[in-house]
Structure formats: structure tokens, C-alpha cells
Design a protein around this ligand. Structure first.
Ligand code: PLP
Length: 416
């Protein structure tokens, strides 16, 4: 009765099963994976957010395939504040980044075509690809003086069926930003016929410049140098925290994805977008086709579109709270790590996760199970994010500080 594409192994994995059992037993849990921003104790301006949803203009239906102009203009402003001149006509609003991915995949790929995705990275790609009948193939990121793209392996992974290279900027969970030289190389590779770039920037605003605790002006300038690759607008851009966006990349056909689930901490409001950029001819053709895809779904609702300018205006206040939390948790992590020798952390530059390097004396899943059952600490094993070998755990840096501190202490005690 059902399509092969949904023939997934639907059984819960061992860790989720054990977690459900542990929770049902009512035992105390230090959950170091929490990444739902609405459950982390951040302050939202409730009055402003809810008032923005009460706009009488929402009583009129104005079907706009790309989304209401007023909402897209707010996205233009988002990029202008980051030194990138996005064009309102190049923006397509969607209900989530996942939906934006699916638009891009539907636009670019025939069934069986391939996309290249980074590893380690965001765990949803396999499902997103399955649902669109396409094949996700990995290209490795290597940790060697910081994270970088293994271009040799990436080029070897390209076949006549490859349609797009997916880049997560900064990547989840490695937290590294794509550097200028890498962007140039990606543009060079995608200049071959039939290849596009799809760039996920949901964590763009969460840059901590090497997670440096003293984010001095000089270090943020240095970080910006490393990340700025856009055309002339870059010169006017003096960022406080954000590196530049691929939404200014004209070197190749580029789909830049982002949304308010991370940048404003409002995943429940379901608003995201895709910006199309690149050489004029392919860009126009892409937009015309995307318009029909978007017109078929018309998935954005009026109240959220009308509220988007207000939501985006709340972004900085949310990001400041997140970065404060991230820096404090990171300082605590480094303090505890300095007191022992079995666990270290990998360097990251942004996002809100940290990667712990632990002895690979058992599988990461077994270690996560042990930590749960022995210490009541829940962490993600590296294989959730496609680490190629054992010895890595992923923790969220937006956990409440007291929980993070005590959970970490228990984790490190278990490793000894
Ligand atoms: C890299 C990355 N992209 C996209 C998303 C989800 O974004 P959305 O809620 O807009 O689908 C996440 C969520 O964790 C993510 O980590």
C-alpha cells in the first residue's frame, strides 16, 4: 500500500527507547541536548510578539507565491543589516527551512539524482532527500587545524547525477563557517553545468569567533576577514557578530536558506525563506520555476507573514541572550575540561553546539546509554550527526547553566 520512499525503519533507536524508559521512571535527568529555544528560559517580548499576530490585514486573502512583499522586505532588511543587498524579487517565503530545502530539491533534481551533503552535519538530510526521491551522498569535513571541507573527497563524490552541493554555514554541529577560499572553490566547482549550491544559514547570527570568550573588536574583525567574500557591499559591512551571507554570492546559482526558528528563536511561528542568487540566466529560470512550485502550495499564512517584520526586529535581543548563554556554558566546559585529561572539545566558530572528544573505547551509542543510566545525563552520540568514527559526543550550549554545569560534571566523572 505504501511507497518505497517511506519504507523507513520506524522502530525507535536504543537510546530514545532508554530515554523514554528513564523519563517514565521519573528519575532526575540532566538533558544536555535541549535545543528548543522556547524551553531554555530565554526572555521573549510576549506583548510585542503576540500583538504582531493581531493584524486586521490578515482577514484578507492575498495569494502571493513568493510571499507578501511586506514580509519579503523585512527579509531584505535582515540581509541589509548584515551588509548584503538582497533583492525582494529573489526571495521565496516558506514555512520552514525544511520546506525551502524541498523546493530547491524539487526544482533541481529528478528522481534518483544526487545531492552532496556534508558529514558530519544536520541529521535531517536523509529524510528530506528520501521524501524527494533523491540520493544524499556525503562529502567529508575534516578536523585539521579547525574544520574544513575535504575538497578532494568532494570532487570525487561528484557524478553525472549530482545536482547540488549542500553547505551549512555555520555547520551544525561542528560550528565552522565556510571560509573565503572555500567559497571560491565551491563556486569554481559549481560552475560546471548542472550544479548548484544550497546553503543553510540558520545559525549565521550565532558567531563566536572561535568561541573566544573575549570577543574583542580585533578578533571579530579578524573573523570577518576570514568570512567575508561578498562583492563591494562587504566593504561597508562592519559586523558586530555576523559573518557574511551566501545571499550575496553571485559566483554560481545559489539558494540561501534561513528562517526565524533559530535567528529569532521562534520555531513555532513557522517562517523561513530561500534567496535565489547567481548568474542572471540560470537565476531567472530558477525563479520562474520556483514560483510555480510555491504557487502550488501557497503555504505561508497571512498572520505570520504580516508579523514577520516585527519578529525579525526581535532577533538581536534573542541572539544576545543565546550568545551570553553559549559563552558561559563554553567557559564552564573549558574550566571542567582543564581539570581532567580524558575529554577535550573541538574548536568551533559558531552555532550553539559543542563537540566533545572522548576515548573511543566503546561505541558512542553505548557511551550515551551508559551516561544516561549511570549518571542521568543525556547527550547525543556523534553518529547521530554522521561522524565517521566513534569518540564524539554532542552537547547543546543553550541548556540552562546550572543543568549544563552539573550534567557536565557527572559526564566527566563517568569518563574517569
Ligand atoms: C542546520 C539546520 N537547518 C535547519 C534547521 C531547522 O530549521 P526550520 O525549523 O526552519 O526547518 C535546523 C534545526 O535544528 C538546523 O540545525
Amino acid at each position: 500500500m505504501f511507497a518505497d520512499r517511506t519504507k523507513w525503519n520506524l522502530a525507535p533507536n536504543r537510546l530514545s527507547e532508554e530515554l523514554a524508559r528513564y523519563r517514565a521512571a521519573g528519575k532526575p535527568l540532566a538533558d544536555l541536548t535541549v535545543s528548543n529555544p522556547t524551553e531554555c528560559g530565554f526572555l521573549y517580548d510576549e506583548r510585542v510578539i503576540l500583538a504582531a499576530l493581531q493584524n486586521s490585514a490578515a482577514l484578507k486573502y492575498k495569494p502571493e507565491p513568493q510571499g507578501l512583499v511586506s514580509a519579503r522586505q523585512a527579509v531584505v532588511k535582515y540581509y541589509a543589516d548584515r551588509g548584503v543587498a538582497a533583492n525582494v524579487d529573489d526571495i521565496f517565503l516558506t514555512t520552514s527551512t525544511s520546506e525551502a530545502y524541498s523546493y530547491a530539491f524539487r526544482l533541481l533534481c529528478n528522481p534518483g539524482d544526487e545531492i552532496l551533503i556534508p558529514a558530519p552535519s544536520y541529521p535531517l538530510f536523509d529524510f528530506l532527500a528520501d521524501i524527494q526521491d533523491i540520493k544524499p551522498l556525503r562529502y567529508p569535513l575534516v578536523y585539521d587545524h579547525g574544520w574544513q571541507i575535504d575538497f578532494h573527497a568532494l570532487e570525487r563524490a561528484i557524478t553525472p547525477r549530482t545536482r547540488a552541493i549542500v553547505v551549512v554555514h555555520p555547520n551544525n554541529p561542528t560550528g565552522h563557517f565556510t571560509k573565503r577560499a572555500e567559497v571560491e572553490k565551491l563556486n569554481e566547482i559549481c560552475a560546471r553545468p548542472g550544479l548548484a549550491l544550497i546553503v543553510d544559514e540558520v545559525f549565521l547570527d550565532f558567531s563566536v569567533a572561535g568561541f573566544s570568550l573575549a570577543l574583542a573588536t580585533t578578533s571579530s574583525d579578524k573573523a570577518n576577514d576570514a568570512h567575508s567574500y561578498s562583492k563591494p557591499v562587504a566593504q561597508a559591512f562592519r559586523p558586530e557578530k555576523s559573518p557574511l551571507s551566501f545571499a550575496g554570492n553571485v559566483g554560481t546559482l545559489t539558494f540561501t536558506l534561513s528562517g526565524i526558528s533559530k535567528i529569532c528563536g521562534l520555531p513555532q511561528m513557522k517562517a523561513a525563506w530561500l534567496v535565489v542568487n547567481g548568474p542572471q540566466e540560470s537565476k531567472s529560470e530558477a525563479k520562474a520555476r520556483l514560483e510555480l512550485i510555491a504557487d502550488t502550495f501557497l503555504s505561508m499564512n497571512a498572520p505570520v507573514q504580516l508579523a514577520l517584520p516585527t519578529f525579525l526586529s526581535q532577533g538581536r535581543a534573542f541572539q544576545e541572550q543565546v550568545m551570553k548563554r553559549v559563552r558561559r556554558n563554553l567557559a564552564e566546559l573549558d574550566r571542567q575540561i582543564a581539570l581532567q585529561k580524558v575529554c577535550s572539545r573541538l574548536d568551533g566558530e559558531g552555532g550553539w553546539y559543542a563537540i566533545l572528544r572522548v576515548p573511543a573505547t566503546r561505541s558512542d551509542e553505548e557511551l550515551a546509554l551508559l551516561l544516561l543510566n549511570e549518571k542521568g545525563v543525556y547527550v547525543h552520540p556523534g553518529h547521530f550527526y554522521d561522524f565517521s568514527r566513534d569518540g564524539f559526543l554532542v552537547v547543546s550550549l543553550i541548556c540552562q547553566e546550572t543543568e549544563f554545569k552539573s550534567g557536565l560534571l557527572s559526564l566527566l566523572t563517568q569518563l574517569h
